[in-house]
Design a protein around this ligand. Structure first.
Ligand code: PMV
Length: 352
């Protein structure tokens, strides 16, 4: 046909931070006040599947559908920023090689699907923007590395920059005002610590109380604890957790993970007005993890919470009956009201 359809399909994983990103020094570019570090989760349980296509047959405007529902791209500055960055990289290729089809002038159709509840506090925006960027980059046959593409995904959702890689991923905050050095890099591949597991306890599938951008702005502007977190607490923890990952030292990894989740939620409580993401069921999960660790006499599990009540519990495979079994038995029959479901996942499998 004279009007071919070009197409690329990809998937991207969810990541859950163990050193939290909380605070923006630039809201437009999504530049963070501090570095962060996450574990990429297995796509068997949680992933976004995205197909990007372009054709002269398509209507003039780019379109995006998420789980079968058309989204309004024109009102999403973040999506527009990602697409315009990707288009200009394609334009550069086309300018250098006139034999390439002029895909950059064609409108895009992006179709995205999650295999888990969207906006349930399960980091769907991280997987979503990572998949969108990867799919369009593949469609455009861009030569850029995952780290270079992370600069684009970051503008969709900060945490998305960490979902372009598997294993253990650091987001270096960078110093430059244009964000060109604010990138994700793999600290260790999944194969370095293949025993790592994660259990996700969906406490509530409702939309979060305070959206992350708004919550971050309130914390940056009003919390007195926040400055100390950024200046000394996070830099020390980044170095310590990278060493714990290098040494596969689970007790050290676990303590830093739990403390950093607690510090993040403390700065939320210290914001004015205060922000609450954890609830009674979240706190029951915290107590259970500490109870299991003290009953066993060593640290076998660690909790962490993002901007919502759902718990993620990290543990090693050898302790899975103990940790996942106990958590399900106790919290699954919790009279405080359990939202369900549970996702048990290999905590880290290399992203494609
Ligand atoms: O990527 P955002 O803007 O949804 O922010 C995510 C922030 C946390 O999930 C709370 C922490 C993190 O590092 O992922």
């Amino acid at each position: 046909s004279s009007k071919p359809v070009y197409r690329a399909t990809t998937t991207a994983p969810v990541n859950i931070a163990v050193i939290k990103y909380w605070g923006k020094r630039d809201v437009t570019l999504n530049l963070p006040t501090n570095p962060s570090l996450s574990v990429t989760l297995s796509q068997r349980s949680l992933r976004t599947l995205t197909t990007a296509s372009c054709s002269a047959k398509f209507p003039k405007d780019d379109t995006l559908s998420l789980n079968g529902k058309p989204q309004d791209i024109s009102s999403s500055k973040r999506t527009l920023a990602c697409l315009s960055n990707l288009r200009s990289l394609r334009q550069q290729l086309e300018a250098a090689d006139s034999s390439l089809p002029k895909l950059s002038v064609l409108s895009l159709r992006i179709v995205s699907e999650n295999n888990f509840p969207t906006a349930a506090g399960l980091a769907s925006s991280a997987a979503g923007f990572a998949a969108l960027v990867r799919a369009v980059a593949d469609l455009y046959q861009l030569p850029q590395s995952a780290t270079e593409l992370s600069r684009i995904a970051r503008q969709g959702s900060g945490s998305a920059c960490r979902s372009l890689m598997g294993g253990y991923v650091a987001w270096r905050s960078g110093d430059l005002a244009d964000g060109s050095d604010s990138l994700a890099e793999e600290v260790a591949p999944a194969s370095h610590w293949p025993e790592m597991r994660a259990l996700i306890l969906v406490v509530s599938a409702e939309k979060k109380d305070v959206p992350s951008t708004e919550g971050m702005q309130t914390t940056v502007g009003t919390s007195e604890l926040f400055a100390r977190r950024v200046e000394s607490v996070v830099p020390e923890r980044m170095a310590a957790i990278e060493a714990a990952i290098r040494d596969r030292d689970f007790p050290k990894f676990a303590e830093i993970t739990m403390r950093d989740s607690n510090t993040f939620h403390a700065t939320c409580l210290d914001s004015w007005p205060p922000i609450f993401y954890m609830n009674d069921v979240s706190r029951a999960a915290v107590r259970l993890v500490h109870d299991i660790n003290s009953a066993v006499g060593r640290t076998v599990c660690a909790y962490t919470f993002d901007a919502g009540p759902n718990a993620v519990i990290y543990y090693e495979e050898k302790d899975s009956a103990l940790v996942a079994g106990t958590a399900k038995a106790i919290l699954g029959s919790n009279t405080e009201g359990w939202g369900g479901p549970f996702y048990e996942t290999l905590a880290n499998v290399t992203a494609p």
